[in-house]
Design a protein around this ligand. Structure first.
Ligand code: SF4
Length: 290
């Protein structure tokens, strides 16, 4: 299988068959994100994608999961996604779950009925990068979406039976907005009702506008102790009403956390507080990655 440019996928899709349904990201404007700089956004035709699926079928006798990339493949219109999901069912009857990257805006453009149809056709999980629960942090990083957009999108997808895995980025508010970022992120985790939350830690991409802000003194990045403090605040404020699997198992993280909120909150808090006292528990910078 030949891919166009670098291909990214969530940690939990490490063993999935990855299929590029789109190339790049339709937004491609977040100040911290270098993932699709090298690509001009475009959608791929059904025939192009179907060719990849057929080729993959020949190469892989057993495919348990399929993941549609690139950055917000969910931007494809429902009448284009449904035939793709049907093709997956026909070619890979053993496939247990189909996942996709999406933005809140992609969900907003779909009706409740369309979301239900996507679920029935096999779409099992949407990976959505929320990054922060703070409207001000989102504005500064040019996310192009608000916390309310995202909470509504998560509710609608989960109500349609599609699980949502939402990512937040520790350190994204810098020192100035650290507290606001942490508290609002925790609150958003508590009220949005996502099945999964993934925590990443800000990595500074050379050439990004956030790296220019650091050079000019406009953005002060957090050290590892601050990141632990922020994680503590996020967890304290995350009052989940239904079970939410929370993980920080991405290569960018300094501390690996895994649990289910609300029941594991005290254990996770204890782990974070111990890491504040003992930096040996933290992944060194040289082993962190995008
Ligand atoms: S963070 Fe997501 S929405 Fe923002 S540019 Fe990167 S892929 Fe696109």
């Amino acid at each position: 299988m030949r891919y166009e440019g670098s291909v990214y996928r969530p940690p939990s899709e490490a063993y999935s068959l990855i299929i590029q349904a789109t190339i790049g990201c339709s937004h491609n404007g977040c100040t911290f994100c270098p993932m699709y700089w090298d690509k001009k956004f475009r959608t791929r035709s059904f025939d192009e994608i179907y060719r990849d699926l057929r080729e993959a079928r020949r190469e892989h006798p057993h495919v348990r999961r399929i993941f549609f990339a690139d950055g917000d493949a969910l931007c494809l219109a429902t009448d284009k996604l449904l035939p793709l999901l049907e093709a997956v069912k026909a070619l890979f009857p053993e496939c247990e779950r189909v996942g996709i990257y999406g933005r809140a805006d992609n969900i907003k453009r779909k009706t409740d009925d369309e979301l239900l149809k996507l679920k029935e056709a096999g779409l099992g999980i949407i990976y959505l990068g929320a990054e922060s629960g703070s409207a001000e942090v989102l504005r500064r990083v040019n996310k192009g979406e608000t916390p309310e957009d995202m909470v509504t999108a998560v509710h609608r997808a989960e109500n349609a039976g599609i699980q949502v895995s939402v990512t937040f980025i520790s350190g994204l508010g810098g020192r100035e907005l650290m507290e606001q970022h942490a508290i609002e992120t925790g609150r958003m985790i508590g009220r949005m009702g996502a099945s999964y939350v993934g925590l990443m830690t800000l990595m500074i991409a050379p050439g990004s506008s956030i790296s220019a802000d650091i050079a000019s003194g406009k953005f002060e990045p957090l050290n590892s102790r601050d990141i632990m403090k922020e994680l503590e605040l996020i967890l304290i404020n995350a009052d989940c009403k239904k079970d939410c699997v929370i993980r920080s198992n991405h290569a960018s993280n300094r501390l690996v956390l895994k649990g289910v909120l609300p029941q594991d909150r005290d254990r996770l808090l204890d782990q974070v507080r111990r890491a504040m006292e003992d930096e040996k528990m933290l992944r060194p910078d040289k082993f962190r990655g995008f």
